[in-house]
Design a protein around this ligand. Structure first.
Ligand code: PLP
Length: 641
């Protein structure tokens, strides 16, 4: 019955579904290593992830590491803009597309700079949702043609900064999220004598489906009701500022899983735009917000970690949907703005970690040879462990074994089974479960309680990283992120496991995996080879995960390597930059400690022992240096000496 067929990379593809979530950027190579093709239209450039790992090691950079592929970021910026341009042409749409990147999705300077640079041929702009973000986009959106859209709640200082942008000839659009902001903006602009560009965010009746559906509907935190929008427009007119109203904005949620929500929102938004236009408010822009989803689990479905549409369909629904309503209502086609963040950044970064240990469900047994006067529960369990090889009623064996184990524990508490006997009962129980698990593969119908066996007998691979720092959404909102081995995918993975991190928190784990039959609680990985590093990649971490992590257990930010592809290089890439992660000193300082004073305090203790003759002076100096070096070091496990 044993399947002797050699394991192939196609088998790994079926298991890990790289093509399904990889969007053309990731592929399993012939040698079993993960390959990266940062420009899917040019497959000649192909980076072997193993060579990236080797180079990281050669440079002496400690794992875990965030690896950023800048070319993927550039490819996504181009793809979104080109898709809009192509569709605008196809639809004979008379307006253009002027997208903005919302920096909250990933505010890393290098990411923002790369997006601005890649977006410059398209006049791709930036979006900010807070004062700190506004200060950032002011300095980094240097393209005068592109838009800067300002969302989020605002105070007077915010308004003055935005107006400064207008004064400097930049297209800064202040989007009004609540009515009082309009009064503040009008007042401030009059005081400064600067004409603003104003947008209004509409509270939409349509709700996005998925985790962020609260961004739409009557209870949405943001936006104006229809009555408020009309009042706002009239107020501007009364103040002689009707032309300042230039943009209608809506955003019904991130990671929209169902295309129907997009269609409905566009229709609703287009009608509001058309009516405002017909009322004499000649807006130039309609901003459809974010929401373009990512297929994290590769299922192309409306599950929370997926989406039932492609970027092409999403763009087509926006462009054709807007055109249809505008043509019916006889109003001009507005310039289209969108604020996709997740779709731009998710693919470009991943976290690489090593597995530093295996926690087995059942590893160590004790000798189970019969002893004199042993308790009958032990005898029964031993007989069962022999019977299993001949018996065909697996359910009965499972039930009996479970029952004997439970009774054994009760008997132990009543002091009629000794500790040693209990150890033997447990040992036999797990031996029976292992045999059962093997035999279950022979039968078609597996009863529900026995389906749990694979999980119960699975290992936990201990990984050198923190879920709370590097994959916050897997913990907070059950986001599924693909995790795969980066090498050995031409070998059969024989260890069923879930993954746990090195924080002292039982929530620090990954137990939802993209796999052959949808989402699974365990995933097969390769057996660890002593003395050989085994690297896993956690993918699609470029949106939100990169910047939302916290310092649980004082695990700080990761070392980062920024990869650029380069066709003339034999390996097709080079490491352009290394950004050092947090040191222990860094994270302690954030928590208000003074690492210098801590080092002195420890030194005083050591000196005290030296002066009392309890420690020799040379050793004292060594220990002092050691403590100081650890303070300067990385917060994660050091796996090399
Ligand atoms: C968060 C947010 C976005 C980004 O949404 P994505 O789904 O990541 O593209 C865009 N606009 C607004 C107003 C947002 O709050």
């Amino acid at each position: 019955m044993v399947n002797k067929k050699k394991w192939t990379i196609e088998d790994s593809e079926n298991l890990y579904r790289v093509n399904r979530w990889g969007a053309g950027y990731f592929e399993i190579g012939q040698n079993g290593n993960l390959n990266i093709t940062p420009d899917p239209s040019n497959k000649d450039i192909r980076i072997d992830f193993k060579t990236v790992i080797e180079e990281i090691k050669e440079e002496g950079i400690q794992f875990p590491v965030v690896v950023r592929f800048h070319d993927i970021l550039r490819s996504q910026v181009a793809l979104l803009n080109e898709t809009f341009r192509k569709t605008v042409k196809e639809a004979d749409y008379k307006g253009q597309y002027m997208g903005v990147y919302p920096i909250k999705v990933n505010q890393m300077r290098e990411v923002v700079e790369e997006i601005v640079d890649a977006g410059s041929p398209f006049n791709y702009g930036l979006e900010a949702g807070s004062k700190a973000e506004l200060l950032t986009v002011m300095a980094y959106n240097t393209n005068e043609e592109s838009l800067t859209v300002l969302n989020g709640y605002k105070d007077k200082e915010f308004m003055r900064l935005a107006l400064l942008g207008n004064k400097l000839g930049r297209k800064f659009i202040v989007v009004i999220e609540k009515y009082s902001e309009l009064l503040l903006l009008v007042k401030t602009s009059k005081e400064l004598g600067i004409t603003p560009m104003i947008g209004v965010r509409s509270k939409m009746t349509v709700k996005g489906r998925g985790k962020w559906e609260g961004s739409g509907g009557d209870r949405a935190k943001f936006g104006l009701t229809i009555a408020e929008i009309i009042s706002a427009a009239r107020y501007l007119k009364e103040n002689g500022m009707a032309e300042c109203l230039t943009l209608l904005h809506f955003h019904i949620g991130s990671q929209l899983t169902d295309i129907r929500a997009v269609k409905e929102a566009i229709t609703e938004g287009a009608m509001i735009y058309a009516d405002l236009y017909n009322m004499g408010f000649k807006l130039n822009y309609v901003d459809v917000g974010g929401g373009l989803g990512i297929d994290y689990d590769g299922s192309k479905s409306t599950s929370d970690s997926s989406r039932n549409y492609s970027m092409d369909e999403y763009v087509a629904d926006i462009v054709f949907g807007m055109k249809q309503v505008c043509d019916l209502e006889n109003v001009p086609h507005p310039t289209l703005v969108s604020e996709s963040g997740r779709a731009i950044t998710a693919h470009h970064s991943c976290v690489v970690t090593q597995v530093v240990g295996e926690i087995k469900a059942y590893s160590m047994g004790i000798d189970t040879a019969p002893v004199d006067d042993e308790h009958f529960l032990l005898t029964n369990m031993r007989e069962l462990s022999i019977e299993i090889d001949k018996q065909n009623n697996l359910q009965e064996i499972f039930n009996d074994a479970s029952q004997f184990k439970e009774q054994g524990l009760t008997a132990f508490k009543l002091r009629v089974v000794s500790l040693e006997e209990l150890g033997m009962i447990e040992t036999l129980y797990w031996q029976i479960m292992v045999k059962l698990q093997k035999r279950l593969k022979e039968i078609d119908f597996v009863p529900d309680e026995m389906k749990e066996l694979d999980y119960d007998l699975s290992s936990q691979y201990l990984c050198n990283f923190s879920v709370f720092q590097s994959a916050a959404d897997t913990w907070a909102i059950d986001q599924v992120l693909p995790v795969i081995p980066l090498t050995r995918m031409d070998e059969k993975p024989t260890v069923n496991c879930s993954l746990v991190d090195i924080t002292c928190d039982s929530d620090g784990k990954l137990d939802q995996f993209v796999s052959e039959h949808g989402i699974a609680d365990i995933i097969p990985m390769h057996e660890l080879i002593p003395g050989e590093d085994y690297y896993l990649g956690l993918f699609l971490t470029g949106a939100y995960q990169d910047v939302m992590g916290d310092m649980h257990n004082l695990f700080g930010r990761l070392n980062e390597v920024h990869i650029f592809s380069y066709d003339d290089d034999p390996e097709d890439f080079y490491i352009e930059e290394v950004v050092k992660g947090s040191s222990v000193e860094d994270v302690l300082s954030i928590m208000q400690y003074n690492p210098g004073a801590m080092a002195q305090s420890v030194k005083r203790m050591i000196d005290g022992h030296v002066s009392k003759g309890q420690l020799n002076p040379r050793e004292g100096v060594k220990w002092t240096d050691f403590y100081e070096n650890c303070l300067k070091g990385y917060t994660y496990l050091k796996t090399t000496d």
